[in-house]
Write a protein that binds this ligand. Sequence first.
Ligand SMILES: Cc1cc2nc3c(=O)[nH]c(=O)nc-3n(C[C@H](O)[C@H](O)[C@H](O)COP(=O)(O)O)c2cc1C
Length: 278
Amino acid sequence: MHLLEQLELTVPVFQAPMAGVSTPSLAAEVSNAGGLGALGLGATKPEQARALIAEVRARTDRPFNVNLFVHLTPKVDVEREARWLEWLNPLFVEHGETAPEKLSSPYTSFLDDLEMQALLLEVKPPVISFHFGLPSAACVTALKQTGAVLLATVTSPAEAQAAEAAGMDAVIAQGIEAGGHRGMFDPHTPDDALGTLPLVRLLSRQCHGPVIAAGGIMDGAGLAAALDLGAVAAQMGTAFLLCPETGLDEAYRKALMGQAAFHTRMVSLISGRPRGLS
Ligand SMILES: Cc1cc2nc3c(=O)[nH]c(=O)nc-3n(C[C@H](O)[C@H](O)[C@H](O)COP(=O)(O)O)c2cc1C
C-alpha cells in the first residue's frame, strides 16, 4: 500500500521531529490537519518520552512519528576532555558558574538505551524514525512486530542502501540545506553534501521504497518540486519553527523574524556534528 494511505495522510507533509523544539501539541495539530506530526525524543529520557507520547495520543487519534538519535556513542578520552574543561573554565568563571568536573554526551544513543527500546515496544508509536544511523537488526525486528512504520534519515545513496537493507520502510532524503543536525551515519566519512533535490532524484531512482524529501522546503511550490522529482512527501522543519505550538524561546523567534534568518551557517558547535542554523 502507498505510504501516505497506510498512514492515512491527506497532506504529503511530515512535520520534522525537532528535539527540544517540537511539542505534543504541534505534533497533534499537524496530524489532525492530515500531515504526520512528530516528536523529537533524541534528548529525552524514557519516562519523559512516555508522558509526551501519551499527551500526543490524548490530542489526536491519528498516526504520528517519534524520532530517536542512533549515533555511535563517543569514546571517553579523559585527558582530552580535561584539556577542554581547562580551556572552558574561564568562560564559566566569567558568567559566575562552576565548570563541570567531567564532560558528558548531551544525547544518549538509542543503540545503548535499552529502557527507551522497551518503552517503544510497550507504547507502540505508529511511526518511528531514526537520525544519525540505524538500530540493531534485533531491535528493527522487534519494533516491526509492533506494527510500527520505520523511517531513517539518509544523506547519501550509500546510507539509503544501508537503511533499506536494514528494513526501513522509507527513507528521509536530507539535503545539505536542511536545518538542524545533518543526519550522516558517520560524520568522519567524506561528505558529498548533496542538495535536497539531486538527492531526492537519485534516491527515487535507486530506492525500492518511498523517499521523503527534507531540506529547504518552505511552501507548496517547494513541496511540488520534491514530489515531481519522485518524493512521496516532504519533511519540513524550519517552516514550522514559528508556529505558536513549538517550544522555541523568544530570542530564537525574534532572530527568525529578522535578517539573520536569511543567512544559514553550518556549525559543529552544538554536538560536534554538522548542523544547519539560521
Ligand atoms: C530546530 C531543528 C531541530 C531538528 N531536530 C531534529 C531531530 O531531533 N531529529 C531529526 O531527525 N531531525 C531533526 N531536524 C532536521 C529535520 O528532520 C529536517 O531534516 C530539516 O528540518 C529539513 O530542513 P528544513 O529545516 O529546511 O525544512 C531538526 C531541524 C531543525 C530546524
